[in-house]
Every structure is written in structure tokens, then in C-alpha cells.
Write a protein that binds this ligand. Structure first.
Ligand SMILES: Cc1ncc(COP(=O)(O)O)c(C=O)c1O
Length: 367
């Protein structure tokens, strides 16, 4: 049997008529960028997360970068970021001229809230929790620290659409909640897209200007902005998917629950999950094993595709050599990079496929 890590067209086919009607509506409308569909999606997504405002942008990276910019964070400032995140979180900091200060992750793969205070200096301006793999970070502790030190909080929710922490949606805690709608995400578009949610009217207005060349009124450019406009087609298609997001997430959770209860292999560490309702939406189901490369090859030989999220932690990335970090600086993040592996997880995965992944995991032997 051959199983991919993720298959996207099954979801499309599941609600094909709705997607096609939305696409046709846009094609016929004659309005293709920043129009009524974008506005409707922004309103619907803000309501879903439980925030007042939403600004649609081009990508998750833009959502993060523009949020840091709009908060006035730049040269001379430090931003705390988990050492095991995807490179985009760190790029959002460095592209604004600020310095990333890495903090080790906890066992749930989020920023370790107990290590945050030790990393704070006079220059620290913000914390960027990343709800990695779909599980909410320890938001009570993080928000308490942010309050105590008067720090901004920019949540990276690129992998956590619909994940909650004690009943509140990820994205609704910080000054800004930044989402990616890259096609593989739980709420994925059919191309690149992203959004920022916020309760702060000033931030909202600034982000709206920044995404559109820094102008409120066409051709009157008040601040240096970028072109990060969301197009009508993606917004219309996202509206369809958003209306099904809770069902799609529930399906992922059901697949994850089967993995968790049925994979029984002492060589495989299953994900640790905080005992809080709805806090994990399983963007990825990530296991750890000391024999990771052997396990990945074994699964590949048996037709199962897996991916490593992520093989190189940002402090060791080639592009950040100038920051002066080396191997051993963040041993927990480095250990995760050596041991993590994401198992197949996608909407529309069949029972035989799930059974087969479980069976192969259970038959893996290390000498
Ligand atoms: C944790 C995290 N942050 C940010 C991003 C950036 O999103 P995008 O690819 O839409 O720019 C991604 C997605 O790839 C991500 O996984």
C-alpha cells in the first residue's frame, strides 16, 4: 500500500460543488483582489477565532512579519521565539531588523514557558509562541509573563487553526494571531494566503495599510508598506473551508486518537498532549524515535511517506550562521530535530490506510 503524508484533493472533492460555486462567483464578479469576499472572510474568520478584527494577507510569513512591523519592533529589539520552530517565525523577526532570542521547547513542542523569564533582557519587546503541530502553548504562563514584563505577544498560529487553550482559540490571546493558509494547513487555501487577527483597532488599521503599499487612500502612501493583498478567489474558497473546519479538525483528531491508542512500540515516543479539551488539532502527528532515519527508511520501504518537521533548528540554519550559534546551544531543540517524524495525517485518510500505518509502526524493530 502507498500512503502519502498528506493528500489535498480529497477535501476538495468532498465539498466540490461548494468550492466550484464560490470560484464561479468570483470569476463572474469582475473583482479579484481585496473585495467583498476578502471582507466577508475576514469577518467570518475574526468571529471564528473570537477576535474583533482580521486582516487577510498573502502568506503566514507576511502575517508574522507585518505584525512585528506594525507593533513597532525593529533594530535594537529582542524577540523571544522557540528554538524548534519553522524558519518563518524567525524570519519575521530578522526581516524587521530585530534579534531572535531562542528559548528551548517543552515536551509538547511549544516554547517552554518556564524558561522564558531567564531569556528576558532590557531589550526584549515580544514573545512569539508557536502552536507547533497544532497544539496550543502554555498560554496562561506566557500571558502572565508578558503582563509582568510589559511584552507584546505575537502568536504563530500557522499550524493551529481551531486549536483552543482552556476554551479560547489560539490567536485570540496575543496582540496579534498570525495564520498561514498554505494548502497543507488545517485551514488551507488553494494557493498562498494568510491573515492576522487582533482586538487592537490601531494595529488593525496599521496592518490594513501595510498590506496595501502603506496607503489608506489609493496613491497616498503614508507609511512604507508592501504588497500583501489577499485575493478574492482564495478568500471565497477559504470561506467554504472555514465552514467545514470543525468537522475537518474532528476527523484529524479521530485519526490521531487511533494512532495514539493503537501504536504500541517501545521505540516510538508518541506525542505528549496537555489534558485540556480541544487543545490539539493535529496539523501533524509527530512521533520521536532515536532510530529516526532508520524508521523513516523502513516506512518508505513499506510505501509510507513521512516528513521531518524540521531537520535543522533555525539557530543552526545556514542563513543564520552570522548569529554565531553552534551545535549544543539548544540541546532540546537539536534532539527534537534529530528524532521527530510526522506520520501520514490528512482528511479523507481511509480505515485501511490508518490500519496499515499502525501495523507498520508496530512491526518496526530496532536491534
Ligand atoms: C509554524 C509556521 N509559521 C509560519 C509559517 C509560514 O506560513 P507561509 O508558508 O504561509 O508563509 C508556517 C508555514 O509554512 C509555519 O508552519
Amino acid at each position: 500500500m502507498k500512503i502519502d503524508l498528506s493528500v489535498l484533493n480529497i477535501q476538495y472533492k468532498l465539498h466540490q460543488q461548494e468550492y466550484e460555486a464560490a470560484a464561479l462567483r468570483v470569476l463572474c464578479s469582475g473583482w479579484y483582489v481585496l473585495g467583498p469576499e476578502v471582507e466577508a472572510f475576514e469577518n467570518e474568520f475574526a468571529a471564528y477565532v473570537g477576535c474583533k478584527y482580521c486582516v487577510g494577507v498573502n502568506s503566514g510569513l507576511d502575517a508574522l512579519t507585518l505584525s512585528i512591523n506594525a507593533l513597532g519592533i525593529g533594530a535594537g529589539d529582542e524577540v523571544l521565539v522557540p528554538a524548534n520552530t519553522y524558519i518563518a517565525t524567525v524570519l519575521a523577526i530578522t526581516k524587521n531588523g530585530a534579534k531572535p532570542v531562542f528559548v528551548e521547547p517543552d515536551v509538547y513542542y511549544g516554547i517552554d514557558a518556564d524558561r522564558i523569564e531567564a531569556a528576558i533582557t532590557k531589550k526584549t519587546k515580544a514573545i512569539m509562541p508557536v502552536h507547533l503541530y497544532g497544539q496550543a502553548c502554555d498560554m496562561d504562563k506566557i500571558m502572565n509573563i508578558a503582563d509582568k514584563y510589559n511584552l507584546r505577544v505575537v502568536e504563530d498560529c500557522a499550524q493551529s487553526h481551531g486549536a483552543k487553550y482552556k476554551g479560547t482559540m489560539t490567536g485570540a490571546f496575543g496582540n496579534a494571531g498570525c495564520f498561514s493558509f498554505y494548502p497543507t494547513k488545517n485551514l488551507g487555501a488553494f494557493g498562498d494566503a494568510g491573515a492576522v487577527v487582533t482586538d487592537d483597532e490601531g494595529l488593525y488599521k496599521k496592518l490594513k495599510m501595510l498590506r496595501n503599499y502603506g496607503s489608506k487612500k489609493k496613491y497616498y502612501n503614508q507609511i512604507e508598506g508592501v504588497n500583501s493583498r489577499l485575493d478574492e478567489m482564495q478568500a471565497a474558497l477559504l470561506r467554504v473551508k472555514l465552514s467545514h473546519l470543525d468537522e475537518l479538525n474532528a476527523e484529524r483528531v479521530a485519526i490521531a486518537n487511533r494512532y495514539t491508542t493503537e501504536i504500541k512500540n517501545p521505540a516510538i515516543q508518541l506525542p505528549f498532549v496537555r489534558v485540556i479539551e480541544n487543545n490539539h488539532v493535529y496539523h501533524q502527528y509527530v512521533i520521536r524515535t532515536k532510530k529516526r532515519d532508520e524508521f523513516q527508511k523502513y516506512l518508505a520501504d513499506n510505501g509510507i511517506k513521512t516528513v521531518i518537521h524540521y531537520p535543522i533548528p533555525p539557530h543552526l540554519a545556514e542563513c543564520y550562521q552570522h548569529l554565531g550559534y553552534g551545535k549544543g546551544n539548544f540541546p532540546i531543540a537539536e534532539k527534537y530535530a534529530d528524532e521527530v517524524l510526522s506520520l501520514p495525517m490528512f482528511n479523507g485518510m481511509t480505515e485501511p490506510e490508518i490500519n496499515y500505518v499502525i501495523k507498520c509502526c508496530n512491526l518496526f524493530r530496532v536491534d
